[in-house]
Design a binder for this molecule. Structure first.
Ligand code: NOJ
Length: 564
């Protein structure tokens, strides 16, 4: 067990992620804005969460909704002004909420002035801010791009007869971290926001920042999967360590890196406090569980199994049992809604499965990250037509399949589960037009189920709502340090319907039982002494029922028992 004497605010806090474009529109242009977040601060505080992670709000041409930044020190006009930002931060400080911003520094927008200068001439002072491959050297070695319609990460640029590197869209050229000036610029940007009072950064694809700038042919072992190659850049840890020494160590802030390609074996290299790099990172093992191998956006044909789900979480818990700290999430702006994916969004199972998943996230070790709307059980929108989608990822992949003459119907079916737009639909505040998000037509359609009880106002008025359960469960976590810091022990790993585990800290011991089944399910727990067990929270009225050592759970039941 870790020493809990030096516990940190970012270990004990609960994060609430806001995708500002979809949260609350106050200017009535169909796009959420910073004033909208300000308007809802009391609501956010009422949830009991502590930290807001705001997706990018910087100036951007929005090729990838703000992940293509054209000025790191300006606010996107659609979202408001720097004065709005300052007010937001002030409003948060007044309420004791911390603010974590998104730091996107693997790449910029091609409309950033650095890139505009860089592409002017081969001897421009900004040339080496990016990765260029002169055409006279021939075609550059294959690199794969997430969002390119031709599937290549090198884009030919006529002006200087050279190719530039872009792991994401053609409008997101990768920065050259080999250049010390680039690293200094990034340090200055971080200081700029920290000096304003920001409390940390979520670092976008931070595992990709270091590249072997000789650009060798892709080693054979990575064929078919670029991600591990991208995340094993030769100087990655050197760069993170430098950021820590020069900037992060000087402030009381938190960092959470987005780390595709980083597996269990490398985890502590990032978050072992003695190494001085990051506090936490997001792994992708759960997010790829229901996907085909090496295909992050393609749904797996066979359904995922609960034993696999348990295995992922148990292995990650173990890695951080002595050192480092985990981050727990079930969805975000890149992945579909948790209740539709890990629970069941049918009318009969929606309430229980949404609250069961809240119980799960709030009884695991590691910092829990909730995504706006998760607290009311928002679901996937499952669009039927490509014209409804706004995400560059879905749109470009559609185009590729169309060009190749592939099966477009199958693709649309896949996107109903996989598309990032499932999780980006506007926040459902009430039952008025456009769910109270905006008075105008929103940039992305609102899910119709806002009229069927999946909205904040309806759930505020219903003591038995998903929202009220969420608040209650948050308080259960906060009043029981064992649920935050305690040892985790998995029981009955092979059980395919019920996830059972204990959390123990000193004299305190809890048993968590979660059903992932649409049927009633039984579990025998011989190994647990639960004669004195009392249910402290449950989403089912039959929670107290257990006979002998056998528990019977209703579909998607969640119950937390205090064992001592
Ligand atoms: C990861 C972000 O979460 C995603 O939304 C974005 O498209 C890519 N990085 C590129 O910045």
């Amino acid at each position: 067990m870790q020493q809990i004497t030096d516990r940190k605010w970012w270990q004990e806090g609960i994060v609430y992620q806001i995708y500002p474009r979809s949260f609350q529109d106050t200017t009535q242009n169909g796009i959420g804005d910073l004033q909208g977040v300000i308007k809802r601060l009391d609501y956010i505080k009422s949830l009991g969460v502590d930290i807001i992670w705001l997706n990018p709000v910087y100036e951007s041409p929005n090729d990838d909704n703000g992940y293509d930044i054209s000025d790191y020190r300006k606010i996107m006009p659609e979202f408001g002004t720097m004065a709005d930002f300052d007010l937001l931060l002030q409003g948060m400080k007044e309420r004791g909420l911390k603010l974590v911003m998104d730091l996107v520094v693997n790449h910029t927008s091609d409309e950033h002035q650095w890139f505009e200068a860089s592409r002017q001439s081969r001897d421009n002072p900004y040339r080496d801010y990016y990765h260029w491959w002169p055409a006279e050297k021939g075609t550059p070695p294959k690199r794969w791009s997430y969002f390119d319609v031709d599937g290549t990460a090198w884009k030919y640029d006529e002006k200087t007869d050279a190719y530039y590197l872009h792991y994401f869209s053609v409008k997101q050229p990768d920065l050259n971290w080999e250049n010390p000036k680039v690293r200094e610029e990034i340090q200055d940007i971080m200081k700029f926001w920290f000096d304003k009072g920001v409390d940390g950064f979520r670092m976008d694809v931070i595992s990709f920042i270091s590249k072997d700038t000789d650009f060798p042919e892709l080693p054979k072992k990575y064929e078919g999967d670029f991600v591990p190659f991208y995340s094993e850049g030769p100087k990655l840890h050197e760069y993170l360590n430098e950021l820590h020494q020069k900037v992060l160590s000087k402030y009381d802030v938190m960092t959470v890196g987005e780390a595709p390609g980083i597996g269990l074996d490398k985890a502590l290299d990032f978050v072992d406090a003695e190494r001085g790099e990051l506090n936490m990172f997001f792994h992708f093992d759960l997010m790829s569980l229901d996907r085909e191998a090496n295909e992050v956006f393609l749904m797996r044909k066979s359904p995922w199994k609960l034993s696999e789900f348990k295995k992922v979480h148990s292995a990650w818990d173990k890695v951080f049992a002595e050192k480092g700290w985990g981050s727990m999430y079930l969805n975000n702006h890149d992945f579909p809604r948790s209740v539709s994916r890990w629970g069941n969004d049918s009318v009969s199972h929606w309430y229980n499965s949404a609250t069961m998943l809240h119980t799960f996230l709030l009884t695991m070790r590691g910092t829990p990250y909730f995504y706006y709307g998760e607290e009311i059980g928002m679901t996937n929108i499952k669009f039927d037509a490509i014209s409804e989608y706004r995400d560059i990822n879905t749109i470009n992949r559609y185009e590729i399949i169309q060009k190749e003459g592939g099966d477009l119907d199958a693709f649309i079916e896949n996107e109903k589960s996989a598309s990032r737009d499932n999780a980006r639909t506007p926040m459902q505040w009430d039952a008025t037009a456009h769910s109270g998000f905006s008075k105008e037509r929103p940039w992305l359609k609102v899910n119709d189920n806002y009229q069927e009880g999946i909205n904040v106002a309806a759930q505020e008025a219903d003591r038995l709502s998903v929202l009220h359960y969420f608040r209650k469960m948050v308080q259960v976590r906060k009043s029981n340090p064992a649920l935050i810091h305690g040892d985790y022990e998995l029981l009955r790993p092979e059980h395919e319907e019920i996830y059972a585990y204990t959390r123990t800290l000193g004299q305190d011991r809890f048993l968590v039982l979660l059903s992932f089944s649409t049927e009633r399910a039984k579990i025998n727990l011989d190994m647990v002494a639960f004669d004195t067990a009392t249910a402290i929270i449950s989403n089912a009225s039959e929670a107290e029922q257990h006979q002998g050592k056998t528990f019977e759970l209703v579909p998607y039941q969640a119950t937390v028992y205090r064992l001592r």
